[in-house]
Design a binder for this molecule. Structure first.
Ligand SMILES: NC(=O)c1ccc[n+]([C@@H]2O[C@H](COP(=O)([O-])OP(=O)(O)OC[C@H]3O[C@@H](n4cnc5c(N)ncnc54)[C@H](O)[C@@H]3O)[C@@H](O)[C@H]2O)c1
Length: 462
């Protein structure tokens, strides 16, 4: 229980816009704003009042708080003893109350800090970074997320990572003490937690779920929950709080096998060939169905990602080839004639950041393929490029087993509309990862954490 005597930080004017009130209220742990007129309370606005208003159909973020402030709040006399004050507050089943002197002047606020016990002692509904944009990364501890966290911190954002940390917390080790980063362990299925975290956020990026075809086949029910229902629910939360930017990370695998089609663009027919791709496509549809004038989702369909990240994956085609090259092993390709679009993990992080920073009219309700036309290559050619890293590593073709996924994707839209340019080509990205392996960056390359499939298998039996 605390008493706030200097009320300046929570005092506002009655013509304050609701959108600004949301920002302001989440910057203090007491969870209330006051409008004071001649030392008396004119209006009292609690976080809960805003949340209730947000649920109303005709609610407008740019209307003033005048309409939703409580002009007759419950108060407690300031001359009572501390025990009596606390008792009064508890009897009224409230978390906070203004303290009023004999002239009805407000002299303080008695409150329980807005402290969510379910977050294991972390206070997270407020922060003091007044001028920073707050970005919530669900799945921010993963391969793409852990790199994106660093990019956003460098670019002066306040970042909240919400993640189950299936692959451990190590990926955020060197940034975890950064004062602009909040790390919360949790499951994307926990709506109550998500509702607490998302209030006052400027943007949400959904990177969570079971990633990749093999890992998604292990337990289909779990995959459908994590890759479809969780995505849909998170978007519902964002819509309810009228969070302006929402980026859902999808995959070019929604296009599936498209032989004969020259180049697939965002308008092309989709043809998901796996449960993973099916869930991605269904999530995209569910998210777009929620779109309205305050909820403007953007879908990014990523090419297959490659390169080094603080949470490394060695289950992605170029990364596997790079690992084999570093070990001097043969690089075996199945078929090899299939086209596959590729993009470096840093470029993906950059594309996501671009979505946050581009004018909303360019990204609202849009799908963008993320990659580069120059990086659409046949698997055999990827193998040849990577094999150049080590003379001992030869490319071998196995025609008995052919991966059916084959797509040649057009990445012109993101280039044209958002001026997106990739920085890494295959040889640069694989060389960087190769050197990390050679410099013993990874102590044990056989560790199951490097493979999403192996981690899901482990979770199945744990
Ligand atoms: N890597 C690629 O080649 C690629 C390609 C296309 C699309 N994508 C998409 O990009 C996103 C990120 O992929 P990635 O390669 O970083 O994968 P990743 O597996 O490294 O990251 C996923 C993160 O989500 C977390 N997570 C999983 N389930 C969760 C849950 N229920 N609640 C909270 N957190 C949960 C994991 O702990 C992990 O940190 C995914 O949506 C993926 O489908 C990736």
């Amino acid at each position: 229980m605390k008493i706030l005597e200097n009320l300046k930080s929570i005092t506002v004017k009655s013509n304050l816009k609701i959108s600004s009130a949301i920002k302001k209220i989440t910057q203090h742990e007491c969870g209330v704003l006051l409008v004071i007129n001649k030392k008396k309370i004119y209006g009292y606005l609690q976080e809960g009042d805003i949340k209730k208003a947000l649920l109303k159909k005709n609610f407008k973020l740019n209307s003033s708080i005048e309409k939703i402030i409580n002009k007759k709040p419950f108060t407690i006399k300031s001359n009572l003893s501390l025990e009596q004050k606390i008792q009064k507050l508890k009897n009224s089943a409230r978390l906070r109350a203004p303290l009023i002197n004999e002239h009805d002047h407000i002299v303080g606020l008695l409150y329980f800090p807005n402290f969510e016990k379910l977050f294991e002692g972390q206070i997270l509904t407020f922060n003091k970074s007044l001028n920073k944009k707050r970005i919530l990364l669900v799945g921010g501890g993963g391969y793409i997320g852990s790199l994106l966290v660093r990019l956003l911190l460098k670019s002066n954002y306040y970042v909240i990572v919400y993640d189950l940390f299936k692959f451990g917390l190590k990926s955020l080790n060197d940034v975890r003490k950064n004062k602009n980063l909040k790390i919360i362990k949790g499951d994307a299925s926990e709506i109550k937690k998500l509702l607490s975290i998302s209030f006052g956020i400027d943007a949400i990026i959904d990177l969570s779920g079971i990633v990749g075809d093999p890992a998604s086949e292990i337990n289909p029910t779990k995959t459908i929950v994590e890759n479809y229902f969780n995505s849909k629910n998170l978007a519902e939360v964002a819509k309810m709080f009228k969070i302006e930017r929402y980026v859902y990370i999808s995959s070019c695998s929604v296009y599936g096998f498209a032989k004969g089609q020259k180049k697939i663009n965002e308008k092309s027919k989709t043809n998901p060939l796996s449960l993973y791709a099916e869930c991605k496509l269904n999530s995209e549809k569910a998210i777009f169905e929620l779109a309205d004038k305050n909820f403007n989702p953007t879908i990014l369909r990523l090419a297959t990602v490659f390169g080094y990240s603080p949470r490394q994956r060695f289950d992605l085609v170029i990364n596997i080839f790079t690992y084999l090259a570093a070990k001097g092993h043969k690089i075996k390709v199945f078929g090899g004639d299939q086209y596959r679009p590729n993009v470096h993990v840093y470029d993906v992080a950059n594309a996501i950041k671009l979505c946050l920073e581009s004018p909303i009219k360019k990204v609202r309700n849009q799908i963008f393929n993320v990659g580069d036309n120059k990086l659409n290559l046949k698997i055999i050619d990827l193998a040849k490029i990577v094999s150049k890293l080590n003379k001992k590593s030869k490319v071998v073709i196995d025609s008995s087993l052919v991966d059916k996924r084959d797509y040649h994707v057009d990445f012109s839209k993101i280039k044209k509309v958002l001026k997106f340019e990739t920085k890494y080509n295959i040889s640069q990205g694989s060389k960087e990862l190769y050197q990390k392996i050679k410099n013993n960056k990874f102590k044990n390359l056989k560790k199951i954490n490097f493979s999403n499939f192996n981690v899901e298998i482990k979770n199945l039996y744990d």
